[in-house]
Design a protein around this ligand. Structure first.
Ligand SMILES: Cc1cc2nc3c(=O)[nH]c(=O)nc-3n(C[C@H](O)[C@H](O)[C@H](O)COP(=O)(O)OP(=O)(O)OC[C@H]3O[C@@H](n4cnc5c(N)ncnc54)[C@H](O)[C@@H]3O)c2cc1C
Ligand SMILES: *[C@@H]1O[C@H](CO)[C@@H](O)[C@H](O)[C@H]1NC(C)=O
Ligand SMILES: *[C@@H]1O[C@H](CO)[C@@H](O)[C@H](O)[C@H]1NC(C)=O
Length: 384
């Protein structure tokens, strides 16, 4: 059994940030990752045209800025280069192909006991650590809703995490399920590549431009009340987009920044999708009622045939599958019970980073808090 001070599970932005913050205190750690690369979500499960929606100064990992000549909204390939530089700069060496399968707290030894599988040769590795940092992300399992008759659909069904480009769908009839950022961007990409595209919209949502959100974040930084900032954003959005309700897009009562702060739900950043919806190139449909063969029936009794369904229906946390004793830190969905910003600490040296629904800015904040807390705890232990 390997004795370690801190075990970090996951080498995405959260795990890497935590590693960097710990190394500032010279606290030894081991970081394990089930895939064979860092930031695997970004490498393997995002589409090629992805860009950060938030300006770069709000998306930095701790202790390292983006290059000054980097664009304001960082494209996927630049983000990956930044993360590579980050790992090199802090000399982070994750143990790849290593999937954590169970963690339990051993009261007698006052340590976390971790079992991980080496995915290449199947051996089980065991670790005993004083501190355990959950950094497996909000996006570790693809979420596909249960829909009656989905098994009978003869065409292709994919999750947004496997979607790469609209090139593969020219002339096809495609239904995008889910109207978050991924759904909106994929629908746009499909339509401009000449797919006959529909998107389902179920609940009220804010449609914004990235520049508007940026303006809002800057104003909020100057301590202008969110309610007032939201009012400005909604007026500007109305001037930009007009009334979208006739296309099935209804605004929530609460403003976009307040909604994000209260619930973690983000506004959708328009990349041109609304223009295509107005032109009729993308058809908005309601929620699906059921599927019969290639025929999809909607709750409003309309029906249409599709070749492909893309599920942009989000992700789930996988923590409950391997963390056998979460010390009350998490709920049934494997997400923190406590609200942001009090969500990152459990009991007995257990922490989570990147589960606060606050994007990369939240990741950086969590990692700093967790490393500081581990540092303080170690100081206190050596003092006693
Ligand atoms: C399409 C898309 C676009 C996004 N755009 C933005 C954006 O513009 N701005 C923003 O701030 N955020 C964005 N996000 C959110 C994104 O999740 C975060 O930016 C960031 O990737 C979160 O980092 P993380 O380390 O917490 O999680 P992840 O990046 O998901 O990393 C978790 C890692 O843990 C590993 N892991 C999981 N389970 C185990 C296990 N049992 N054992 C070992 N390893 C395991 C995974 O393989 C993964 O590498 C986007 C997400 C998606 C899907
Ligand atoms: C991880 O596994 C992949 C595929 O099995 C292999 O190609 C790669 O070399 C492995 N990486 C490490 C660091 O073991
Ligand atoms: C399995 O691979 C790991 C490295 O990934 C190595 O440390 C270990 O010795 C290997 N076990 C066997 C039985 O080959």
């Amino acid at each position: 059994m390997d004795m370690v001070e801190v075990l970090i599970v996951g080498a995405g932005p959260s795990g890497l940030s935590t590693a960097a913050c710990l190394s500032k205190f010279s606290i030894p750690y081991v970081i394990v990752e089930r895939e064979d690369c860092i930031a695997s979500l970004w490498h393997k499960h995002t589409y090629d045209f992805l860009k950060l929606h938030i300006a770069k100064e709000f998306c930095e990992l701790p202790h390292m800025s983006y290059p000054t000549d980097a664009p304001t909204y960082i494209p996927k390939k630049d983000f990956l280069r930044y993360v590579d530089d980050y790992v090199e700069h802090f000399n982070i060496i994750p143990k790849f192909n290593t999937s954590v399968e169970s963690c339990i707290y051993d009261e007698a030894r006052k340590r976390w006991v971790i079992l991980a599988r080496d995915k290449v040769n199947g051996t089980i590795l065991d670790y005993a650590s004083r501190f355990l940092v959950v950094a497996t992300g909000e996006n570790s399992v693809s979420n596909i809703p249960e829909i009656i008759g989905l098994q009978s659909f003869p065409g292709e069904t994919i999750h947004s995490s496997s979607y790469k480009s609209g090139n593969d769908y020219v002339g096809k009839s495609v239904l995008v399920v889910g109207s978050g950022n991924s759904g909106f961007e994929i629908a746009y990409d499909l339509a401009v590549h000449g797919a006959k595209t529909s998107i389902t919209i179920r609940s009220p949502m804010h449609v914004m431009r990235k520049e508007l959100i940026h303006l809002g974040m800057v104003l909020a930084k100057w301590h202008i009340p969110l309610k007032f900032v939201d009012f400005i954003l909604m007026v500007l959005a109305y001037l930009l987009f007009g009334d979208l309700s006739k296309y099935g897009i209804v605004r929530p009562r609460m403003g976009p920044l307040l909604l994000k702060a209260k619930t973690g739900r983000s506004a959708v950043i328009d990349v041109g999708t609304t223009e295509l919806i107005k032109k009729g190139d993308i058809k908005v449909v309601g929620p699906i009622s059921h599927i019969r063969g290639d025929l999809v029936e909607f709750e409003d009794a309309n029906e249409r045939c599709y070749d492909t369904i893309v599920f942009a229906t989000g992700y789930k946390s996988n923590v409950n599958m391997w963390l056998k004793n979460d010390m009350g830190m998490l709920n049934n969905d494997g997400m923190p019970k406590n609200d942001f910003p009090n969500h990152w600490k459990g009991a007995k040296g257990l922490y989570c980073v990147g589960l606060g629904r606050r994007g990369l800015a939240g990741v950086a904040k969590d990692a700093n808090m967790v490393a500081n807390d581990i540092h303080d705890t170690i100081e206190m232990m050596s003092f006693n």
